[in-house]
Design a protein around this ligand. Structure first.
Ligand SMILES: [Zn+2]
Length: 280
């Protein structure tokens, strides 16, 4: 950038007086630029979160037929920050369509003016198939009988869409460890317990949407994430058997499409689940 080059040149030449003068003029400009960039980042994050909350709301309303529950889930999927917040959020079902509306307030950082508001909405037709699938998913199907690895498959068709390991996070835009394996599947696709154990967690968890943890003993746990709360078929303290139908695939939390995020944790640390599923 020209401004920075100029500053550097002035410093390297040791023209102290001139450099000081230039700094006095340039510094406020640089600060203003930083604030503007920060403002754009904040606005971008706010809009992204609003879109994601709208998507969560309409998808859940379309699949469950319950606007009230969808509104609660959608609203709770919006995390907000010091710089922006959800002003209003509504989900309704009208003419066989799920409609979500959100209004976000974004702080203006460089002036003491009133916040910017951003209003957006999303719409999707109700999926009757998905709804009957969800209704059916809670009358738990027979256990899935499997053989092979230490753990049985958490879904019938293990269609991996993202593997365990370092990856560019699609939501947070940074490189970080993907702590599990993602399996594709439509909303409501049955999720099975990977092994015998005790449920130690079954409920909301930041980022995961909702999370089920099964403790299998010997330092091993399996984690199941992104289902909507009404899709959870187990409670903390439940004893489950390998292959038991415990939940349905959802799209809650940091999720860019319906899928199961499945983790194996050994002594608290996430490890690659695939060797546990494939054999040995
Ligand atoms: Zn994942």
């Amino acid at each position: 950038m020209a401004v920075i080059d100029r500053v550097k040149r002035l410093i390297s030449k040791g023209r102290k007086g001139a450099a000081t003068l230039e700094f006095v003029m340039i510094l406020p400009l640089v600060i203003l630029m930083c604030v503007v960039v920060w403002q754009l980042i904040v606005a971008g994050m706010a809009l992204w979160e609003a879109q994601s909350a709208l998507k969560n709301g309409v998808r859940l309303a379309a699949s469950s037929g319950s606007a009230k529950e969808a509104e609660r889930e959608g609203r709770s999927s919006f995390q907000g920050s010091d710089y922006y917040s959800l002003d209003s959020y509504k989900v309704e079902i009208k003419d066989k369509q799920a409609i979500a509306k959100a209004k976000v307030k974004i702080k203006v950082l460089f002036m003491s003016s009133s916040p910017i508001t951003y209003t957006s909405s999303a719409k999707t037709p109700l999926y009757d198939d998905a709804r009957s699938q969800l209704a059916g998913s809670m009358t738990l199907a027979g256990p899935l009988v499997t053989s092979g690895g230490r753990f049985g498959p958490p879904v019938k068709n293990m269609n991996v869409t993202s593997s365990f390991g370092m990856r560019f996070h699609p939501v947070k835009k940074v490189y970080k460890l993907h702590t599990g394996t993602d399996f594709a599947g439509g909303v409501g696709t049955p999720i099975y317990a990977a092994g015998d154990g005790v449920v130690t967690r079954a409920g909301p968890s930041r980022g995961y949407g909702n999370l089920i943890i099964i403790n299998h003993g010997n330092g091993l746990e399996t984690w199941y994430a992104h289902m909507f709360s009404h899709q959870i078929g187990v409670r903390v303290g439940d004893r489950v058997k390998r292959g038991d139908h415990i939940a349905g695939i959802g799209n809650a939390g940091y999720s860019t499409g319906a899928h199961l995020h499945f983790e194996v944790r050994y002594n608290g640390k996430p490890v690659n689940p695939m060797p546990y599923l494939n054999g040995g």
